[in-house]
Structures are given as structure tokens and as C-alpha cells.
Design a protein around this ligand. Structure first.
Ligand SMILES: Cc1ncc(COP(=O)(O)O)c(C=O)c1O
Length: 420
């Protein structure tokens, strides 16, 4: 870890002391990335601690809730499609293609999305991308000029900071309310003439919170009031967990409440295939100037170095786009973990989706509490790593047994916190 460049990682040429500056100047890498590596290190740091503990105590005796890595198998339809494609080789299918992706894939996806959302999607307005991460980078680069501001609701998925920074944009963090729901008044107060976009992510990482219909509508109303044709404000919907929801038939969609919306998503979570890097950007037919946006996004997919989304995965998709991994397994983990913690005395909001719990830390210092958990060989990430102290995040895409066997440790850590 690049810990030797300072605690906070907020390196500033003007304020760093001489010794720090000298050390920075000797780095083999750029100062910006050195600083970023430090500030981005919470999840990685906890993950690495987990790896060490596993080496010491054996993997089965460490309860690692640090990473949101889907652990249920992909659906059978995915493997069926892979097998069929391998059995019917097509030498031409592995070549370069148009940067936005195969027509058949975009056609299938447009049909699927037009059913999933109360919106219409045209195949011509879809770009296949290298995951949602690739999609977010393409969208932000498409929209931002240097100095443009992007509103991000905190707590937040920390990678957004780097995506925005890579476009020389400025991330403006706006706190959500105590329930981690968008605070419409606070968002309004943050909007100014440099505001170019707002990113929303529901179900949310790190909280698992789902934004209800009324809040999505209020957000749309707000953006409409502030949108101006000469410098539009875009709503970027990171909908990657949209199909991982538990107590509702259908996840409300912010994109349905504001015309200038851009949906970014992937199959990383609902098909359980994050390693395959297959995602997309989709413009609903309400979004103005789609042709211009698509032209820019197609070019940027190439010039940012992605070129196009993986060809094999694009060919698999039409056969399994409607399938979904077993999200009931995650619900079982959620209920077991949230219920168990609550009975012990933890304050645990029930998340409506994704596979994260974001309980309140029993002591104000969330890092200190994660240390107490670690003494029980439980790896959690302090809320401050996502912009909100006083919480900790548990990624419960883990074996059921891990949850079951961890509960005693959570109880002991709570006892220890109360005693100190
Ligand atoms: C909120 C959020 N957005 C985007 C991503 C990136 O997803 P992908 O694997 O599709 O690039 C993740 C991954 O965990 C995420 O949690």
C-alpha cells in the first residue's frame, strides 16, 4: 500500500511539508495516482488484512465481508449459451466490430429493457461496454468538460471519484438523509451553473437502500426545474443492482422520471459474471440529442481503450438476457445476518436490494469498531471509506455458513465495544 505518502492521501503541492514533497518527487508513479491509491485504500486494506488473517487462521476461520463479489452461480441459461457457441464455431465472430457492439445483442437488450422499465429503448441507442465501470467512464467523458461538476450522493461507490477525476471533472458530494435516501433539498442547494450531471445508484452500494418511487419522482421534478437547454443536466442511473431486489416486484427507476436520463448497467451482479466484463449504456427514447450522444460514446468506447465489449459475451447475451442468478440466496443471507445482528442490539436498517448491509457502528469511531470485529476475525469496511463514518459495510455475498459462524463474533465485538 502507498501508505508512506500520508494518512489522508489528500496530497497538495502547496501544503505538503518538505519531507513529504521530496518523497513524492521520488515516486516512480504520478503524484495524482499515488494520492488516489492512498485515499482509495479502505476496501483493499480490509481485504488485504483478511488475506493475512486467512493465512494465519485458515480461510474457514475468517469471516470476510469486505468485497461485493457475487458468489452464487450464473444461471443455467448462461452456460447453455456458452456451450452452444463453443459447439458451433464461427471464425468471423471474434473479429473487431462496430464499437457500440453487435446489432443482435443491442436488439435483444432493447427488447429486454423496454420491458424492464416503463420506457422505450431503441437498439440504435445502446452501447455495449466493458462492465458498468467501462460504461460510467464513457458516459462521464462524453458529458464533461474540465471543471464541470457531478453530484454524487454520499455514502457512495468510491470509484466514482476517480472516474470523474479522470475527466477533470469535480465530484460534489451531497449527503443523503439518515436513512441514506436522497435529500432533495440538499441536492437542490448543490446545483449551480457548473452542474453537468448527477449519479444515482439504487439499489445502492454501500447501503443496499432502494430509492422509492416518490423520491425518484421528486428528484426528476427537481432536475426539470433546473435543467437548461444551453447546458443540460443529465441524470446518470447506475442501475447495476436493479434486478437484485428482495421485498418488491419491481425496483423503482429514477430514469422514468426525468427525460435527460442515461442508464448504465451490467450483468456483473444479476447474472453473477463480473469477471466477464459485459455491460451497457442505454438511452431511453425520452433523452434528447441521442444521435450526438451515441456518436461520442461509440468513439470514446474505442479511444478510452475498451474498443468494444467482449465479443463472446455479447453473443451469449441474447440467449440469457432475461435469466437471473439465484437472488433468493442473498435474501437468505440478508435475513440471517440483519436479523441476528438486530437481536444482539445492533441498529441495522433492512436493505431492499444489492448484497450489502450498512449497520450503525455501536461506537462513533467506525474504524475502531472494525478493529474490534477484526479481533473476532470478521472483516468489515468502515463507513468512512464510503463517505459516511459511524457505520460499517458488510458485503454478504458469502457462503451461508460464513454468516452462521460469524454471529458469535459480532456478539463478542458488540460486548467489547460496550465495555470500553
Ligand atoms: C455501484 C456500482 N457501480 C458500478 C460497479 C462496477 O460494475 P461492473 O463490474 O459492471 O463494472 C460496481 C461494482 O461493484 C458497483 O457496485
Amino acid at each position: 500500500m502507498a501508505d508512506d505518502i500520508g494518512e489522508t492521501g489528500n496530497w497538495d503541492q502547496g501544503t505538503g511539508n518538505r519531507e513529504q514533497r521530496t518523497r513524492m518527487n521520488r515516486l516512480a508513479i504520478g503524484q495524482q495516482v499515488a494520492s488516489d491509491m492512498t485515499s482509495a485504500s479502505w476496501i483493499r486494506a480490509m481485504f488485504e488484512v483478511g488475506q493475512k488473517l486467512k493465512a494465519q487462521h485458515g480461510a474457514a476461520n475468517v469471516f470476510d465481508f469486505s468485497l461485493g463479489n457475487p458468489n452464487v452461480p450464473p444461471p443455467a441459461a448462461f452456460f447453455d449459451a456458452l456451450r452452444r457457441l463453443a459447439n458451433e464455431p464461427d471464425p468471423a465472430a471474434h473479429r473487431y466490430m462496430t464499437n457500440v457492439g453487435f446489432a443482435a445483442t443491442r436488439e435483444a437488450l432493447a427488447g429486454f429493457l423496454s420491458h424492464e422499465y416503463r420506457l422505450r429503448f431503441d437498439p440504435a441507442d445502446i452501447v455495449m461496454t466493458c462492465g458498468a465501470a467501462g460504461g460510467m467512464n464513457v458516459v462521464l467523458r462524453t458529458l464533461l468538460d474540465p471543471g464541470d461538476e457531478v453530484i454524487v450522493l454520499s455514502p457512495y461507490f468510491v470509484e466514482y471519484r476517480f472516474y470523474i477525476q479522470q475527466c477533470q471533472g469535480r465530484m460534489v458530494l451531497v449527503e443523503t438523509d439518515r436513512d441514506c435516501q436522497p435529500d432533495i433539498g440538499a441536492i437542490e442547494a448543490a446545483i449551480n451553473e457548473r452542474t453537468r450531471a448527477i449519479i444515482v445508484n439504487s439499489p445502492n452500494n454501500p447501503t443496499g437502500v432502494v430509492y422509492p418511487e416518490a423520491r425518484c419522482r421528486a428528484l426528476g421534478d427537481l432536475l426539470r426545474r433546473h435543467d437548461r437547454p444551453e447546458r443540460p443536466i443529465y441524470l446518470i442511473c447506475d442501475d447495476i443492482y436493479r434486478r437484485v431486489v428482495y421485498d418488491m416486484e419491481r425496483c423503482p427507476a429514477a430514469a422514468e422520471h426525468y427525460a435527460r436520463s442515461i442508464v448504465v448497467s451490467s450483468f456483473s451482479k444479476d447474472l453473477s459474471i463480473p469477471g466477464e466484463r459485459i455491460g451497457y449504456i442505454a438511452l431511453p427514447d425520452t433523452t434528447p440529442q441521442r444521435e450526438q450522444l451515441m456518436g461520442a460514446m461509440g468513439m470514446l468506447n474505442r479511444t478510452l481503450g475498451y474498443v468494444n465489449a467482449p465479443a463472446l459475451m455479447q453473443r451469449v447475451l441474447p440467449e440469457c438476457v432475461e435469466a437471473r442468478c439465484d437472488t433468493a440466496f442473498y435474501r437468505g443471507n440478508r435475513d440471517l445476518l440483519a436479523g441476528g445482528l438486530r437481536r444482539m442490539g445492533y441498529e441495522v436498517p433492512t436493505p431492499g436490494g444489492a448484497f450489502y448491509l450498512f449497520p450503525f457502528s455501536p461506537i462513533a469511531d467506525d474504524k475502531r469498531f472494525c478493529d474490534l470485529l477484526m479481533e473476532q476475525r470478521i472483516i468489515a469496511v468502515p463507513g468512512r471509506g464510503f463517505g459516511r463514518g459511524g457505520h460499517f459495510r458488510l458485503a454478504y455475498a458469502v457462503e451461508r455458513e460464513t454468516v452462521e459462524r460469524s454471529l458469535g463474533g459480532f456478539e463478542a465485538a458488540l460486548r467489547a465495544a460496550r465495555e470500553r
